[in-house]
Design a protein around this ligand. Structure first.
Ligand SMILES: Cc1cc2nc3c(=O)[nH]c(=O)nc-3n(C[C@H](O)[C@H](O)[C@H](O)COP(=O)(O)OP(=O)(O)OC[C@H]3O[C@@H](n4cnc5c(N)ncnc54)[C@H](O)[C@@H]3O)c2cc1C
Length: 377
């Protein structure tokens, strides 16, 4: 039976994009989100060209550009702040779109949510799926609010700690701690910061700067950590300052200005998901972080979730029942997503001195990563 009606579980970037992509192909869509209001945290997100192209396909690229910051390529510096390399922009982009964009997560979520509503997806918040009777013909779902319904397709976009993955694939597929965490802070955009600026440090963890809007940017760094706990305490500015105290150039200036008491820093551990294929069972498919969460080292996690959604829309439109559609979807997505996740993890382990791969060069891998992520899927 062709797919006419779909449930999307999770209203993050992947789930909202899936609702848009399926609705654009005429599928009746219902999205559930466990939070009362879908919202992204205020820190920003980098969109490289493949994310920009996915947003164009979803009809939101112009609005993301209007509310965010468009640019092309970036700069790589050494720890002292000297320029090592200029990252080029890929050629052949659609007219009027930049190669790269930055935007805050809250603005991106609001844009995706608005498009989802405009296209007519039914949205139920504060709700989870409690029981799923999943067959290759359909899935019948009972919700935490007492309702139930049947769907031709269920899209699991419930993120790195996916409840659906653990229930249908098994408890063993939990998020795995990588040995690192990420520190992020919103700051006013310095005038000269027009691209992503990366600082490669001789002693391991990296850091950088990213424009998010005309008046906004963010600074980040990674750190090697003993455990997977989240940090949230008054000492975070001091801790982050210590981690990057030897970084020079513009980053050093901004550190002195902004990494001071009261700075609103968000820290989270880097985790990943290693789920073997198939990423679909019966009428259920996992997309985004639920299927293939990666550490943030290639800045590709959200881009992969967006591409998952666009390709799912295309394969549903190409016709067939869920098992065939989902197999074709996986054939197009698996290799690329796994490559992104594996390469991100190598970069992460390399920063920790734990990668046993002689000749591995982080800069070469990042440039290669950017090229391969741009390849059609
Ligand atoms: C520090 C850091 C920096 C990053 N930077 C970038 C970047 O610059 N560029 C990039 O492309 N990627 C980046 N990423 C990766 C990116 O954030 C993720 O890959 C992306 O958010 C995944 O989207 P998702 O929709 O799959 O999951 P999520 O965004 O986690 O969304 C999952 C949604 O499901 C909801 N949910 C959870 N459980 C349930 C349930 N049982 N029922 C209903 N709803 C549920 C959640 O509330 C949430 O709204 C970064 C990640 C980190 C950690």
């Amino acid at each position: 039976m062709p797919i006419r009606k779909a449930l999307i579980i999770g209203g993050g970037i992947g789930g909202l994009c899936a609702a848009i992509a399926l609705r654009q192909k005429g599928v009746e869509t219902h999205l559930i989100e466990k939070q009362e209001t879908p919202k992204g945290q205020g820190i920003g997100i980098i969109h490289q060209t493949n994310a920009v192209l996915a947003e164009a396909a979803l009809g939101v690229a112009d609005e993301v550009l209007r509310q965010g910051w468009g640019f092309a390529g970036g700069r790589v510096h050494n720890q002292a702040g000297q320029l090592l390399y200029e990252i080029p922009a890929p050629a052949g982009l659609p007219e009027g779109l930049p190669a790269d964009m930055g935007i805050t997560r809250s603005r991106l979520t609001a844009i995706l949510l608005s498009r989802t509503k405009t296209l007519g997806t039914k949205i139920t918040t504060g709700t989870t799926a409690q029981v799923i009777d999943n067959t290759s013909d359909s899935a019948t779902v009972r919700f935490s609010n007492g309702d139930s319904d049947s769907y031709d397709l269920v899209v699991g976009a419930d993120g790195i700690y996916s409840d659906l993955r653990q229930r249908l694939w098994g408890e063993q597929y939990r998020a795995i701690f990588s040995g690192q965490g990420g520190w992020r802070l919103n700051i006013p955009r310095p005038e000269e910061l027009e691209h992503v600026w990366l600082y490669l440090r001789s002693d391991g963890p990296n850091c950088g700067l990213m424009p998010l809007a005309n008046d906004l940017a963010y600074m980040w760094c990674t750190s090697n950590e003993q455990s997977a706990g989240w940090k949230d305490n008054a000492d975070l500015p001091n801790e982050m300052n210590n981690l990057v105290k030897d970084v020079g150039g513009l980053y050093g200036e901004l550190r002195e200005r902004h990494l001071i008491g009261g700075a609103d820093i968000i820290y989270r551990p880097f985790e990943y998901v290693d789920l073997p294929k198939p990423w679909h069972k019966g009428s259920v498919v996992l997309i985004g972080d639920a299927a293939h969460a990666s550490t943030a080292h290639l800045a590709q996690g959200a881009a992969m979730a967006m591409e998952d959604a666009v390709v799912l829309g295309e394969e549903v439109a190409a016709g067939g029942a869920a098992p065939d559609v989902l197999q074709r979807w996986e054939n197009r997505r698996y290799k690329k997503c796994v490559w992104v996740a594996e390469t991100s993890l190598k970069l992460c382990l390399n920063e920790q001195g734990r990668l046993n791969e002689p000749g591995f060069d982080a800069l070469t891998q990042m440039i290669e990563g950017r090229k391969r992520a741009m390849a059609p899927t």
